[in-house]
Design a protein around this ligand. Structure first.
Ligand SMILES: *[C@@H]1O[C@H](CO)[C@@H](O)[C@H](O)[C@H]1NC(C)=O
Ligand SMILES: *[C@@H]1O[C@H](CO)[C@@H](O)[C@H](O)[C@H]1NC(C)=O
Length: 287
């Protein structure tokens, strides 16, 4: 019974040792391969049980050949940026991450490797919240001016906007409500500049916008909602202020405070001096 235990124990040790030496030679396979993509900045990430290896990433769309990129060759991080390589955008890409062994010579076909899930940037890249301005045209109408967000993708010298990529497929959803009320109205605009009419005169309204890609499937159709922008009214005015506006306001306030203090101190010194001079001239004045 005891000898059987010893043999079993030895067997377990031996198989552990074989696994460990194999891992030392070839390195572990990577795990949890994920695509993270925001405004077409697309990063492939992975984890490893214990790191300090280098990794080599191959990617593939429908073409028969695997492709490589400079950014994703021999990387020692656990991620690499494929933003400028996943073109055309509307294709399904798969990546294969190989763990490069410490040994000098190896057969590339024998390397430990892990496939990524498939990913289509055009259909799946998340779209961030938009920046926009609202201008009052008259009592019942406003113009909403939305800035097409820049992507991470460059085409020659030009940095592409989401409009350059989606073209007519990009619409904007504008949602607005009377401030204080819960009823919202949505409109869909084809262009980045939209007119919202039929507002109740004298009422304060709040607006927010989101990108809306018509060809996508439901959960990925709509980008993130922007901040709310509200028309006048004390509470709404404060809500609508950005961090920049707050910092700017506080800065101006402090500057004014410093100015006032400086002027006060200067005036005080001057008056004191004048007072002392008068005193001196009085005491040493003619008899
Ligand atoms: C998009 O955003 C959602 C929600 O934050 C997240 O779960 C998902 O992984 C993101 N997709 C990509 C491709 O980054
Ligand atoms: C919209 O905003 C952009 C900058 O944010 C500006 O250059 C452009 O003139 C605006 N267009 C209109 C019609 O207000």
């Amino acid at each position: 019974m005891a000898s059987l235990k010893t043999i079993l124990f030895l067997g377990v040790c031996l198989s552990d040792w074989i696994v460990i030496t194999a891992e030392q030679n070839f390195g572990p396979k990577v795990e949890n391969v994920r695509w993270l993509s925001l405004d077409f900045k697309t990063i492939l990430t992975w984890t490893v049980p214990k790191s300090n290896h280098t990794y080599h990433v191959l990617f593939w769309d429908q073409d028969p050949e695997w492709e490589e990129s400079e950014e994703c060759s021999q990387v020692s991080d656990l991620e690499c940026d494929l933003s400028n390589h996943l073109m055309p955008f509307d294709r399904t890409y798969t990546a294969d991450i190989q763990t490069i062994p410490d040994t000098m010579s190896y057969d590339p076909d024998e390397l430990p490797h892990t496939f990524s899930p498939s990913f289509n940037p055009y259909k799946e890249s998340n779209i961030s919240a938009m920046q926009f301005t609202v201008e009052e045209v008259d009592e019942k109408t406003v113009t909403v001016n939305i800035t097409d967000t820049l992507t991470s993708v460059h085409f020659g010298e030009k940095q592409l906007t989401i409009r350059d990529i989606f073209k007519k497929d990009l619409k904007y959803k504008i949602s607005y409500y009377k401030s204080g009320s819960t009823g919202k109205r949505d409109i869909l605009s084809d262009s980045s500049i939209a007119e919202v009419s039929g507002l109740d005169p004298g009422q304060s309204y709040c607006f927010m916008v989101a990108a809306y890609i018509t060809s996508r499937t439901k959960p990925l159709k709509q980008g993130a909602w922007s901040q709310h922008w509200c028309m006048e009214g004390y509470r709404n005015f404060l809500q609508g202020l950005s961090v920049g506006a707050w910092v700017g306001g506080i800065f101006i306030f402090l500057t004014v405070l410093v100015l006032i203090s400086t002027v006060t101190v200067l005036c005080y010194r001057r008056n004191k001096q004048r007072y002392e001079t008068t005193q001196t001239s009085q005491t040493s004045g003619p008899i």
